[in-house]
Design a protein around this ligand. Structure first.
Ligand SMILES: [Zn+2]
Length: 477
């Protein structure tokens, strides 16, 4: 057997979460650093996860009548300035291409595409019959971060989808916001196995140019919140700025109501952080690029038989994403480490003794539990096991989320929690932007969500004024 390089993790998740994260990303071959500061290379393994997200969203939105389209990466500065809150909100992180000979003005590299898309929508909409417009775009966006960057979570260029719709009235537009919000919740909770809190953003945290923003927030093992996606009701703000006007049923001019909603590759970072352990990544089975890996245990005298049985096994499991690792220059132990690092939910071991007994040994990545299963029962039992793992990963994450929600009545309690436990702080809040700003200055925590069902009973946990909302605060990514 060839001399093997020792692989496996060297940093423990519980000891140094940040270093653990960057080690998983590199050793599981998800991403690599690029020669450009703040940018990463998406290696095939993370891109396959992204493709799953693409397939899921495409299937959902196409069923609802949306189509994909593509708009330029370059946004004329004059377009960008049309909606004043929008330009102000994005200005600090916009990367510009300076004006060249022959160009009328300089161009922004899109940080988001409302401006360029709404300009086209204004040309396409004349009558109420031209509405709704239901488009989505898969693309890269550029946000020139000056803060410390982190693979998937904060990079200068990332990938996302952005849905942009225009409707004839508020009711339809708000319905669109709700439906996209629910699509994201299902994708995050049911496929990524990450439970979320859900609600609206505060005025300070909402999208620049929106009437309101809804979002789902997850909690990461270090007690910091991570925004998984956003859906914005943009009211008539962009329609007025870009003159998206139409003749309604009564032959009167009206402005459209628009929405936008997006999910990005930062969700890959959430999956890594939420589920991984000291051995590396753990992929939720439903979206794992490889759901089960077959490792044949090879000895010289039985190699041929075992490989034959392993090959037949792979054929039998055609409905599942199975990989057969038949390399003979690595030991089974090395392969166990390798596929554990990559978080493959189930390992299928098959050696000469198993072949004789017409069985395999299944090993769960999340718990390490081993069970021998008859080959004849595998086609039935493997999908059941994968679903069991999916549910068990969600249950574990849900337990953690619930344990991460703390209540605070006073600012002393609030500050203690942020310092010692982190997680979400559920507190009565006055809703005042200046108060939110002060909380952020003192603790670095921000309002992650306003609890739509919460009824405030007392005073703002920070300033003591009458509370108008129940809010979830947290430090965030
Ligand atoms: Zn207050």
């Amino acid at each position: 057997m060839a001399k093997e390089k020792i692989i496996g993790m060297t940093v423990k998740k519980s000891e140094n979460f940040s270093d653990w994260y960057t080690e998983v990303i590199q050793k599981a071959e998800l991403a690599d650093y690029a020669a450009i500061a703040g940018c990463i290379v998406f290696r095939p393994y993370s891109y396959e996860i992204w493709e799953f997200i693409q397939d899921y969203i495409n299937k959902d939105i196409k069923k609802r009548g949306h189509k994909n389209a593509y708009f330029p990466l370059f946004i004329p500065e004059s377009f960008f300035k049309k909606e004043s809150d929008h330009v102000e909100g994005f200005a600090p992180e916009v990367a510009w291409i300076e004006q060249k000979e022959g160009d009328a003005e300089r161009y922004a590299l899109r940080p988001t595409s409302e401006a360029i898309m709404m300009d086209s929508y204004s040309k396409w909409v004349k009558s109420h019959r031209d509405l709704p417009i239901l488009l989505n775009q898969w693309c890269n966006v550029v946000r020139w971060e000056t803060k410390v960057t982190k693979p998937f979570l904060r990079t200068r260029e990332f990938l996302w989808q952005e849905g942009h719709t225009a409707h004839k009235n508020q009711k339809e537009a708000e319905e669109e916001v709700n439906v996209s919000h629910e699509m994201y919740r299902k994708l995050v909770e049911e496929e990524m196995a990450i439970p979320v809190l859900t609600g609206k953003k505060s005025d300070a945290e909402k999208f620049a140019g929106a009437d309101y923003t809804t979002a789902h927030e997850a909690i990461m093992p270090d007690g910091r919140a991570l925004q998984m996606c956003t859906s914005h009701y943009l009211g008539q703000n962009f329609a007025k700025a870009f003159d998206i006007k139409f003749l309604d049923e009564n032959e009167k001019h009206a402005h459209a109501h628009t929405t936008s909603w997006g999910m990005s590759t930062r969700t890959i970072g959430a999956i890594i952080m939420a589920h991984g352990d000291d051995k590396g990544l753990i992929m939720p089975p439903r979206m794992a690029p490889i759901q089960a890996v077959i490792i044949p245990i090879l000895f010289d005298d039985s190699k041929k038989n075992v490989l034959k049985a392993a090959g037949e096994l792979k054929e039998k499991l055609s409905g599942i994403r199975v990989h057969l690792d038949e390399r003979d220059n690595y030991s089974p132990g090395w392969k166990y480490n390798h596929w554990e690092l990559k978080g493959v939910p189930v390992r299928i071991e098959i050696g000469p003794k198993d072949v004789a007994k017409k069985q395999v040994v299944l090993v769960r990545r999340d718990t390490g539990d081993k069970t021998a299963v008859k080959i004849t029962e595998l086609v039935k039992k493997l999908p059941v096991l994968l679903e069991t793992i999916q549910k068990s990963m969600y249950a574990k994450a849900l337990k953690f989320l619930k344990a991460s929600i703390h209540s605070a009545k006073t600012f002393k309690e609030f500050s203690d929690i942020i310092e010692k436990k982190r997680g979400f702080i559920k507190a009565d809040w006055c809703g005042d932007r200046a108060c939110e700003e002060k909380i952020k200055d003192k603790t670095t925590a921000t309002v992650r969500l306003i609890d739509g069902k919460g009824k405030p009973s007392g005073k703002c946990a920070h300033c003591g004024k009458k509370a108008t909302a129940v809010a979830y605060f947290a430090k965030s990514y």
